[in-house]
Write a protein that binds this ligand. Structure first.
Ligand SMILES: Nc1ncnc2c1ncn2[C@@H]1O[C@H](COP(=O)(O)OP(=O)(O)OP(=O)(O)O)[C@@H](O)[C@H]1O
Ligand SMILES: [Mg+2]
Length: 496
């Protein structure tokens, strides 16, 4: 199968997102689609699969011009789309989800669960995935949910598979597994369109790279003929110097101290401290309990025992408003469910924890508030036409920036950032690191949870490692290596 998209254009209101985009993919190929946050990658794929209508241009499949009216049309042609934000219904079982809108019924019109189970098992087996078909989707890890999405697409006799940032929420191990699947599918002649902001994996598994910028296709290479610098330059339109800015930390007082912090069965005896001006990275495998510790610390979840000290005073935190009152800000990893109100404007989202500061005698100082929001939008390079755009209309990476803006603007002295650069493009990553440097210069203490080992080692002062709900060690970043961190993250010990 060969698909060509030619001269595709698309505008949302006055926002011309795609001006003249050319892109093609054929069976047996892994083709990377690259571009900054908001470049239009997801939009282009929505057009290819009939979820959105292009304003102009052509889609040619095996030499024939086609018009997809809806996603089912595209599916019939063997095109499957695994979306950037998985839209699984959390309460559905795996089986229900896999056969959503494709239920098999017997002659009497009743659900033929036996056949459905058999087919589901077969396809999951092809992926070597051991999944309980009766488990509720919401109880499974993101990696497993991803696997189910892939399995689903295989049931449709897929010829072209679109994967929009499939690795963003996966563990290293799950990513390796997914790569194997990608390679197997490729051998079977499936064409794969692969969207990711992780350069390393682009060079690991793709054959061809197309880069988009400002609504145009700017370059196209065979992967073996190009390199990371070139792609970054094409994406951002300029050369980026060192990827991780230097740290010049100047530590102050201890801002936060945890002692024997415990939630039974989840994490136990967590003790650490963070100083003003410090970035403490939390590393560990997904599911190790890092996010859970932070949720309890911020007051979203309870804790059973242990002490929290903020600026030298023991405090009680049993709700997020306690957390905020004590100067803690929390950028959650799950922006779609917890971090962002999708049907509210960018401004309303950013304002949430800060609006009180703009109220004088019961009246909002709108001008000051607008300036504040605009400053943050500019500072974080959020790609939007106005502060009044709905958060839900932004690209994935730009949504992440809005959540970050919200907490940066809140003036919190202790910031917990859970995967702050997930899904964010290279240029914007750099902006976020620069901003973290500025915050720590101003005496903010930052806790950064990150699953990106390079980021942990490249941009922190100290690394705490969590394994199965306990802290297995702390390493000054200057002495850290990937091996050391991985050893602790897998329950091993460092020999001194
Ligand atoms: N439904 C919509 N209404 C209005 N604007 C939209 C809509 N969907 C997307 N856009 C805008 O189109 C642009 C391209 O968004 P798109 O999601 O395609 O970017 P992307 O390249 O996938 O970015 P990311 O890397 O962040 O996922 C953005 O400026 C976004 O705000
Ligand atoms: Mg996208």
């Amino acid at each position: 199968m060969q698909i060509e998209m030619k001269g595709i254009s698309k505008a949302f209101g006055k926002n011309e997102v795609l001006k003249d985009v050319n892109f093609s993919v054929h069976g047996g190929q892994v083709h990377a689609l690259m571009g900054e946050n908001g470049a239009g990658k997801s939009t282009l794929m929505n057009i290819l699969t009939g979820l959105l209508k292009a304003d102009g241009g052509q889609i040619i499949v095996d030499g024939q011009k086609v018009k997809y009216q809806n996603a089912l049309d595209a599916e019939h042609h063997g095109i499957s789309f695994i979306h950037q934000e998985m839209n699984n219904f959390a309460e559905m079982t795996v089986l229900e989800n896999m056969f959503l809108n494709k239920e098999i019924t017997n002659k009497a019109g009743l659900l033929d669960t036996k056949t459905m189970r058999k087919q589901a098992k077969e396809v999951l087996q092809r992926l070597d995935a051991d999944v309980n078909l009766d488990a509720e989707i919401g109880t499974l890890s993101v990696g497993t949910q991803q696997m189910i999405e892939i399995a689903k697409s295989l049931m449709n006799d897929t010829q072209i598979l679109i994967m929009d940032e499939p690795s963003a929420a996966l563990t290293e191990k799950e990513i390796d597994r997914m790569f194997e699947i990608v390679k197997t599918l490729q051998k079977q002649g499936v064409g794969i369109i692969y969207i990711s902001h992780r350069m390393q994996e682009i060079f690991q598994i793709t054959d061809e790279i197309t880069v988009m910028r400002d609504g145009l296709t700017v370059s196209n290479y065979q992967t073996q003929d190009t390199n990371v610098q070139q792609i970054v330059k094409d994406m951002v339109g300029r050369e980026l110097d060192d990827f991780y800015p230097e740290r010049h930390p100047n530590f102050g007082e201890t801002r936060l101290k945890l002692t024997n912090f415990t939630q039974k069965g989840v994490f136990s005896n967590i003790s650490f401290e963070v100083k003003a001006g410090e970035i403490l990275a939390f590393s560990g495998l997904m599911g190790a309990g890092r996010t859970e510790i932070m949720r309890s610390l911020f007051g979203i979840d309870p804790h059973d025992s242990g002490e929290i000290e903020v600026n030298g005073k023991i405090v009680k935190i049993s709700s997020p408003s306690d957390g905020i009152k004590n100067g803690i800000g929390f950028l959650t990893e799950n922006r779609k469910e917890e971090g962002l109100i999708l049907d509210a404007t960018i401004a309303a989202n950013i304002d949430l924890p800060s609006i009180d500061g703009f109220v004088k005698h019961g009246i909002i100082d709108q001008k000051a508030d607008d300036d504040f929001v605009d400053m943050l939008i500019k500072r974080l390079t959020v790609k939007a036409t106005s502060r009044n755009n709905l958060a839900g209309d932004l690209s994935g990476g730009n949504q992440q920036k809005v959540v970050l803006a919200k907490w940066v603007g809140s003036g919190s002295q202790i910031l917990i950032l859970d995967e702050p650069t997930r899904g964010v493009d290279v240029g914007a990553k750099r902006e976020i690191y620069d901003l973290m440097n500025e915050l720590t210069d101003r005496g903010v203490a930052i806790i950064m949870i990150s699953s990106d080992l390079q980021e942990v080692i490249g941009f922190s002062d100290r690394i705490a490692v969590v394994y199965e709900g306990t802290l297995t060690g702390e390493i000054p970043t200057a002495d850290a290596t990937q091996e050391k961190v991985m050893t602790l993250a897998t329950g091993g010990k460092l020999d001194e």
